[in-house]
Design a protein around this ligand. Sequence first.
Ligand SMILES: *Cc1c(COP(=O)(O)O)cnc(C)c1O
Length: 407
Amino acid sequence: MRSYVSHLECAYSGERFDRGIVHTISTIGKPIVVKYDLERLSKEITRSSIENSRKPGFWRYSPLLPVTSEENMVSLGEVITPLIRLENLSTILGFEAESVFIKDESRLPTGSFKARGLGMAVSMAKELGIRHLSIPTNGNAGSALAAYASRAGIRCTVLCPDNTPEINIRETQIQGASTHIVNGLIGECGSIISDGMEEIGWFAVSTLKEPYRIEGKKTMGLELAEQMDWNLPDVIFYPTGGGTGIIGMWKCFHELKELGWIDCKLPKMISVQSTGCAPIVKAWEEGSEFAEFWENAETISSGIRVPSALGDFLILDAVRSSGGLAMAVSDEETLEIQEQVGKTEGLLLCPEGAAVVAAYRECIKTGSVSTNDSVVLFNTATGLKYPMPEVVSTIDKNNVDYSIFSK
Ligand SMILES: *Cc1c(COP(=O)(O)O)cnc(C)c1O
């Protein structure tokens, strides 16, 4: 297989880097992104060759991905995640709208979209000969890294803050990572990893501290375009933590435009955070280029409990140049919507996914989005990994009171 990667560059300064060697962050400490020879790609690859690909899930986009050799594409049976139309919006949200879809990322290996980014990072680690990976996580990243690293035969160490959901810690361990609980925040776990790099020789796959998780996450945008017949929705709502997904989608929309594979208006990108941790929202409201550290971050949506994002300026750029916005919703609204969507649509959203549905409702109220807009809401993980309301009703098998069933 041929690679179309031309080089890599600092997403802030444009500093150039060669392909084929290990990279972390740029000289000025900003994320490095992958650049492709799109002119050559457009001559040699067609949309229909992608449509006819028999590779699993996101690997069908391999010409637009950084892995050069087929044997390095580590796969756990990825799928194209479905777009599910919300059919009972008037019950859930109190109004009708024709074209509102959930892109359900819970169907991916390890039950979250982290499989995309970490599947790519592990595959590139394999290609570049890295033998030991390490990650700080307070949620789904650890298990996705563990699963793909185990599959690839690469060692994996995961550090979790002690408020990480128990299920995420345990699933990570059983999928082969050496897993450790740290009495500190995610940033402090990250520091332990950077400080240990030289002594242990592991490679850190922290968000945006290596170039390839963005490439994996951009496949959400590629998939969406193909599923919509090479069109895009008017608006995308995305639960934003480190921002890899929003940055990746925005990157690939431009790549698709340059390739001439899409010709539509680009979607408004709406970045959704929690009122308990909303650094991007604050920066967006203040018109700042970068976001400040968010003190005492707290929300049930652990995937978006990220007080400081290395790619803040890229998230803010995607939001601003798309004509979108950044907004925060409370945990109460999130839980209310999660229950409503479960009861009326039969979909068990994760809190992060429920938060974007709540944000959509708010945008309709304020008029920033119209009920005529086509909308895609990202459900980024399975709700099964999170606490659920307890069942309290009990039945005595020797004395069944049938009246309770008609209530
Ligand atoms: C990691 C995570 C997010 C945030 O993703 P980013 O692309 O890093 O902003 C959202 N939801 C869930 C469930 C996650 O695990």
